[in-house]
Design a protein around this ligand. Sequence first.
Ligand SMILES: Cc1cc2nc3c(=O)[nH]c(=O)nc-3n(C[C@H](O)[C@H](O)[C@H](O)COP(=O)(O)OP(=O)(O)OC[C@H]3O[C@@H](n4cnc5c(N)ncnc54)[C@H](O)[C@@H]3O)c2cc1C
Length: 397
Amino acid sequence: MKLQFSAADEAFRLEVRTFVKEHLPADIRRKVELGLRLEHADYVTWFRILEARGWLTPGWPVEHGGPGWSHVQRYIFDEETLLGGAPRIIASGIQMLGPVLHAFGTEEQKRKYLPDIRQSNTWWAQGFSEPGAGSDLAAVRTTAVLEPDGQHFVVNGHKVWTSYAQWCSMMFALVRTDPNASKPQEGISFLLIDMASPGLTVRPIRMLEGGTDLNECYLDNVRVPVENLVGELHKGWSYGKYLLGHERTGIAGIGSCKQQLARARQLAQQQGLGDDPVLQARLAQFEVELMALEFTALRLLSAHQQSRTPAVEASMLKVRGTELRQAIFEALLDIAGPDAVPFSLDAQSLEHLDEAVTDPTLVALAANCLDARKLTIYGGTNEVQRNLIARATLDAF
Ligand SMILES: Cc1cc2nc3c(=O)[nH]c(=O)nc-3n(C[C@H](O)[C@H](O)[C@H](O)COP(=O)(O)OP(=O)(O)OC[C@H]3O[C@@H](n4cnc5c(N)ncnc54)[C@H](O)[C@@H]3O)c2cc1C
């Protein structure tokens, strides 16, 4: 097991750091550093800069534009871009659908969809979760019935928690095509749905921090051409599982933890709490936990290098990383004290920052803390991750 980066990896780290410093637009960096809201155009601008460098699609095969990085390089890239103040790569088309189409799509589907994903011309929504089918995804009830002439599916159902659907022109969805299958997993298919189709309605869900990036999607007799089926009919469960394997990458957010911990130390100085022993002990505890988390991440990378499947370590990283980030955000709120209380959604943009009733650097802090509540839910809830860890550990005895 190797717990140190090689000289080549360190050189790569420097290359990424320098690139971010030189190419990330200053206004986007400032928004990220202050935790302000990012617009669709901010993501697209940064993604196109990365694409021009060949760095947008690390999970794609080299022959289709992937950079051919090792797991260590992907880890370094995620960490350095976050520390450099760049937006996270959040687009589902890049991280989730791309790898599925490469592995299971038809040549026609690859030609039609992949170039627009790479150029950020098309954003894709992930239509998996439904009321009653979140952790238990095999319970999806949205139906897709093939018309008698075999040319179209007719889709009816209700998807929920669809991230950024307001920016998406396409959706990939799990739908039930065989209600009589002997196991629920066996009657599901994977469909590509044009969001402009008649009968598809998107409704925003207002979140704790006031944002509306999550949505409900209602599908009422939506007709989907049969060529939009990915892979085989009724085999969508296995493509969905393949996709979720890609979703978990980098979910521990070590770069984000480091970024927020640095912000906490800086804020403590700013608020005159730099010498407070109780606060110092709290921040030191985070530092130690972050170091332990990073070593676990490096162990995971080492297992990847040796081609072991490190499922349990990935669950551990998810649980510890997300809980640590939430704890650091809570500490940030405590350090800011009443200064963090007044927050307004309108003030969370660069244009309106001067109108903030509080210190502009604190304008988004409360919103960021509320937003962090989602971390332990998405990508497989932490309770479910704990089940996986327990099962794997008990099976070992
Ligand atoms: C910010 C955010 C973005 C999201 N984006 C998308 C998206 O773009 N597309 C999409 O399809 N989905 C998305 N989701 C949905 C997400 O995948 C689900 O919220 C998640 O899978 C949990 O499902 P659920 O909300 O239905 O909760 P449930 O599965 O109903 O769980 C409710 C509670 O019960 C617990 N629980 C459930 N089963 C067990 C068990 N077996 N043992 C112990 N405890 C259990 C859970 O941990 C949780 O605490 C998003 C969610 C969030 C928060």
